[in-house]
Write a protein that binds this ligand. Structure first.
Ligand SMILES: [Zn+2]
Length: 498
């Protein structure tokens, strides 16, 4: 089994994942107070693909991405929209599921909601109160930061630079300004609350994640992920809560860099593309996914129309490659139907040798191993360059999930195959792309058919009339028919959904 190493924010070191244990990954998901933007999509894509890569290498992986559906921002946004907060949060949660669903990467294994984890949250707070790490004050409960020795070890901040960013009103209730809220008493004007030993109220944001991570992955798990903006205070506080309560918690802390965009420079219509659904409408899912993995996950990533056009061009290059070198067979076939008999000479002859033949039924059909895909055909054995590039691709991902280096290997092989015949290259390229959720570029584009074309024309009319609700309905209908609408400067076109 290939050794996979991830840079740990806490120690600053590369940590090797334990191949014998399940790799539990908890990634902080969005607070659902508006439609999500491309910055929220980055951790979703990075951690979804990391889990997919680990499975392709034979690891057991479980990905948990939570939804924060209790939060001050939700109360504020619901009030501004003139709606009750609970249905408002539900509506935004389904918009989030729809928007991320369009990325075509499947769902995480678990997507817990804060509102459905209240019992576990209350139990964890009660443990902390009992052990003296937390105290009740005026119906609120606060974490006593100075009671936890390791506080600050993740973010390496001096205490004077620590601002919990909590509302000024809570200051008088705290023993120490450093303390942060675990439970907030119900306030006038808040239209939801839950019962607790400290009276009606709602949990703080940080404790939600400590409780949801433990509920899904147990008290010790492999990777805790999220955006680098969450290191302080969110993740620092998660460590204090969970370790303070005697849980070992995450072994590796993995943070993605921020998406950097100059919204002032972008024109008004361009500014919309920062919203994930708009970026998907305009550039298509492959370009959005390609863009999001075009930089190393730890680095900041510049975002704007220029970067998106570059991604569109790269995807176009891959699509052209498969037009020239079509790959037989349906990429969507279940691998189990076609995998070579386990232990047969054919399977054992795979150069990489270690790719898994165990497939869980939950796994996506596109994740057949290279050996399995190759085993389906009776083509001549692949060119050594194919094996080299495939190995280098896997090495890059195993080395702190270096997606730009992995994609560079894909494009090197594309270039080599375009220059001359490289047996096995198209299949290998498609397999590599399947690990990164991009193998749909290998699908042949056919005519869309009468109904789809008619709907597309109708959608154009709706958009021209600025009836965006109707336009969205038609887009969803087309999606049901298997078509994705791509808006470009020269009009909209239909491409098969990935
Ligand atoms: Zn979190």
């Amino acid at each position: 089994m290939r050794e996979v190493r991830i840079r740990d924010t806490l120690s600053g070191e590369l940590r090797t994942l334990d191949p014998r244990a399940e790799v539990g990954i908890y990634a902080c998901g969005p607070t659902v107070y508006s439609r999500i933007h491309i910055g929220n999509a980055r951790p979703f894509v990075v951690f979804s693909l990391l889990a997919r890569f680990l499975r392709s290498e034979g690891y057991e992986a479980k990905l948990v991405v939570n939804v924060t559906d209790i939060n001050d921002k939700i109360y504020d946004a619901a009030r501004a929209a003139g709606e009750p907060s609970a249905p408002f949060a539900e509506k935004m949660t389904s918009a989030y599921l729809g928007d991320t669903g369009r990325l075509g990467l499947g769902r995480p294994d678990a997507e817990p909601l804060a509102t459905e984890t209240i019992d576990a949250i209350v139990a964890l707070i009660a443990d902390l109160v009992e052990s003296g790490h937390a105290y009740e004050s005026g119906g609120d409960v606060y974490f006593r930061v100075r009671s936890f020795d390791g506080y600050g070890k993740l973010s390496n901040r001096r205490t004077e630079d620590m601002d919990q960013g909590e509302e000024a009103g809570s200051a008088s209730l705290k023993e120490d300004p450093l303390d942060f809220a675990l439970w907030k008493a119900h306030k006038e004007g808040e239209d939801t609350s839950w019962e607790s030993p400290w009276g009606p109220g709602r949990p703080g944001w940080h404790i939600e994640c400590s409780a949801m991570a433990e509920a899904e992955l147990g008290p010790a798990f492999a990777i805790h992920g999220g955006g680098s903006d969450l290191v302080f205070p969110h993740h620092e506080n998660e460590i204090a809560q969970s370790e303070g309560a005697g849980r070992p918690f995450a072994r590796v802390w993995m943070h993605n860099g921020m998406i950097e965009t100059d919204t002032e420079k972008m024109s008004k219509s361009e500014g919309n593309i920062f919203q994930l659904s708009e970026a998907l409408d305009r550039y298509g899912r492959e370009a959005v996914v390609d863009y999001l993995i075009s930089g190393h996950y730890r680095q900041p990533l510049a975002f704007g129309p220029e970067q998106m056009e570059q991604a569109v061009a790269r995807v176009g290059r891959l699509r052209n490659f498969f037009r020239e070198h079509p790959v037989e067979g349906e990429p969507g076939e279940a691998p189990s139907e076609h995998s070579p008999a386990r232990g047969s000479g054919e399977a054992a002859a795979g150069e990489s040798g270690e790719a898994p033949s165990e497939r869980s039924p939950a796994r996506g059909p596109r994740e057949a191993s290279w050996e399995q895909q190759r085993g389906r055909s009776s083509e001549t054995s692949p060119d050594p360059r194919v094996t080299q590039r495939s190995e280098a691709f896997r090495d890059a991902l195993a080395d702190d999930f270096n997606t730009p280096r992995a994609m560079a290997e894909v494009f090197e092989l594309v270039t080599e195959a375009n220059r001359g015949d490289v047996p096995g290259a198209p299949k290998a390229v498609r397999w590599m792309l399947s690990i990164l959720g991009l193998d749909s570029v290998a699908e042949a584009e056919g005519g869309a058919g009468e109904e789809a074309e008619r709907l597309l024309a109708e959608r154009q009319e709706a958009r021209a009339a600025q009836d965006y609700e109707r336009a969205d309905q038609i887009r969803d209908r087309l999606a049901e028919l298997g078509w994705e609408v791509r808006d470009a400067a020269d009009g909209a076109r239909l491409v098969p959904r990935g």
